[in-house]
Design a binder for this molecule. Structure first.
Ligand SMILES: [Zn+2]
Length: 143
């Protein structure tokens, strides 16, 4: 299993991480079969956004509803760990459902992907998976 994302999208997300630091950012990843096609940057509604994240439940419910009505499939979630490693925290494991969704964690420089499941290797909730970044440098999407 792996998470595939374009280098352009990953660079955009890293910029968002740096712009919001020291607060954590978060959002929803859409796509299928491990391939991110787009993302929705949502509000972090955690009480202490410098230490935690919580995706705006309104945005999450809307995305779930949209998916049920033929909208883009939710592949997983992303959030940032500004100034620390891109590995799930105990809190992340505690708040993650074992729903098979993919998690992308970024810190403005590094990024790593994780698969949430029952009895994962990390805190009983996550397995490390490969993060594939594709797209040639200098190649831009025509607008
Ligand atoms: Zn985290």
């Amino acid at each position: 299993m792996k998470l595939r994302i374009s280098s352009v999208m990953l660079a955009e997300l890293q910029q968002l991480v740096l712009a919001a630091a020291p607060k954590e950012i978060c959002g929803i990843l859409f796509g299928e079969e491990g391939q991110v096609t787009c993302y929705n940057s949502t509000r972090n509604v955690a009480d202490d956004p410098i230490r935690h994240f919580e995706i705006d439940p309104v945005a999450l419910i809307a995305a779930e509803r949209h998916q049920r009505h033929g909208g883009p499939a939710i592949l997983g979630y992303y959030h940032s760990h500004p100034g620390s490693e891109v590995r799930p925290s105990v809190t992340d494991a505690g708040s993650a459902a074992a729903d098979g969704r993919l998690w992308l964690i970024l810190n403005g420089r590094d990024a790593a992907a994780w698969h949430s499941r029952e009895e994962g290797e990390i805190y009983g909730r996550f397995d490390a998976i490969r993060l594939d970044c594709w797209g040639a440098k200098g190649q831009t999407t025509a607008t």
